[in-house]
Design a binder for this molecule. Sequence first.
Ligand code: BGC
Length: 760
Amino acid sequence: MSWTIQSYSTDVEKLLLEESLFFTGNGYIGVRGNLEENNLHPPNTIRGAYVNGFYDDVPISYGEKMYAFPETQQKSLNITDTQTMEIWLGEGEWREKFSLQEGKVISYVRSLYVDKGYTERNIQWQSLSGHEIIINIKRLASFTTKNLFVQCMTLKPISGDIPIQVVSKLDGNVHNFIDPTDPRVGHDGEKRLAITRMEHVDDANYIELQTSKSNLSVATLTDLSVDNSDVSYEYSKDDTSFTTTATFLLTETTKIEKRTFFADSIRYDHLANTLVNLKSELASTSFEKIKNEQQTYLLDFWSRADICIKGDRKLQKAIRFNLFHILQSTGQDGISNIAAKGLSGEGYEGHYFWDTEIYLLPIFIMTDPDVAKKLLLYRYSILSHAKERAIEMGHKQGALFPWRTISGTECSSFFPAGTAQYHISADIAHSYIQYYLATNDLKFMKRAGAEVLIETARLWIDAGHYYDNSFRIDAVTGPDEYTCIVNNNYYTNVMAKQNLQWAVKVCHLLQKSDETFWEAFKERLTITEKELISFKCAAESMYLPIDKDLYINPQDDTFLQKKKWDFTNVPKEHYPLLLHYHPLTIYRYQVCKQADTVLAHLLIEEEQSEKVMKNSFHYYEKITSHDSSLSSCVFSMMAARIGCLEKAYNYFIQSASLDLDNTQGNTKDGLHMANMGGTWMGIVVGFAGMRLKESGLHFRPQLPKQWEEYSFHLQYQNRILRFTVSKADFHIELLKGSPLSIYVWGKEVIVNKYNAISMS
Ligand code: BGC
């Protein structure tokens, strides 16, 4: 049962939440878990379907627009609604529509099978006039045919024969959800998609929509089939939607299948042809077969990514739930990425943030490097925008990646907590470095990584300056969005330092391994020896603030001079603070929305002593509100690192069930992808203490006392390894590849086939 998430609730508020929790996606499309019977209306429902990376350009209106403020932003669009499949029972004036809110629900359960890759609703229901029926609806977004979303319904009569009508709709009259009171949700309610083509083709309904500004199209083709020889179909259409009505007498269990195919003009040239061909290619493939293929795909996924925890079933379920939704949201085509809410909802308008690099890429780097490569290639594909943005922002050179984006340009209209987060460029560089350390894939560094490292390093040279013999970076914002536009944010400086060091290293690697390539690369990017020296010097002289009295790293130059936030007198309902205080009020205090310096210590531990890391953890813990969902998991991992295992466990629990328990109160707007990634990291990086370093793979395994054992697989430089941490020992199995050295608590261990290291 730890592979199944279930809900028995028909409560309207819970159903809204479950639209995110039970969404169906495959990295290309995402369909919220809305009800087929379509009887709820906003704000009780956020009906939605999305194509990863499909957007419109939306003008940003400012009261006072300053130089280089972005004029437009991209917005992921809610596309054609295909989910409706109403079930009508009876005839004439006794005709009644199935709804969980009317009639009598005899039994109800909704399930998500993360091992099989589909969701299901099972309902036994009685209408007011006494018809009783069992309804089963399965839904899946196919991982093997990414364009396909299927709803497979079976109806079983309980109270004799029942006249039935299934009314299936395809609706092109769509717009996005808005919430003007929450800056994390869109507030542009304009209709951005217009119907450009509507056709009934080949017994299927086709709608093509075009965006108003970005000039992109998305197409949807859907058909309905009923496994009953006496069915009659009726097709109708109005200005914006198609309706297909299937009428039959339900005498025995009957299957009704609705297939919907999606395609968009970013990826395909001839949308209608593409979809008609896909439909016919799959015409003879049964739902059972599609379902089996889905399961095979997931078997492979879980063989690489699963984390097993013995001794805590609830947590086990939560971790698998999180990993499954990450998979469902991950763009794997090099032109899309992982939005902050994945493909589960509209929060943060479908934008890609640093969330991917710091919280999600580690999973793929260590379990499926091919997918990691695709995510990195997406960043490479927007490098030219990042270079243009650097120039626009007054730099002479370099790449400044956008804080939030879909197609590559900056979408943040609030620059203090947006564009000012320059660290995103170093975060991206960091993920290329991590990928290289895990794979040794120099070919990929030649193709993309080296260029990204050079261009991001150039940004730091231009953004920073020397003062008092050290290299400093002024007027930036670190990850903590409650402290903005500061000088020498520790996180930014230490990440920039790594970026600069690796820009030099990668050049040496290229030079050593392929002189011809290096010469051409050097010329193309106009890299000079002088420039490499400037990278090296800036890295060596990077100013990393340290407070000699507290013996911690101050978050920035003035952070410790501020007054501390008075947590004791802030009512509970005033969190998150960003919804209740003007930013300036917040900026005047020592109060952190999320891990900042603590995260820097997690990512780069070599720069500080154990004592500074410990002191910093305890200092920042007291002033962090964790208003960002990206926070608890980092505190969990660092608590484990400094030996506070109980604390690590408590933070981990908060992070693992954040969406399942809706602890941030906004899961209805979409799942918190970075936090979900943070739970995988919580175990592998937190409790097992994995670090990827130039010297190899390092571990500091620990076992929370609440568990009997946990285990996971990692891929490392063409090897597959399985790690198990139990009360007795830490054992490592080399499942594929040649022997290697790893480091456990700093001691070198040669892994041949099987090694067990005592935990005591
Ligand atoms: C966090 C950012 C994060 C964004 C998207 C914000 O609340 O402060 O760090 O990138 O959410 O998840």
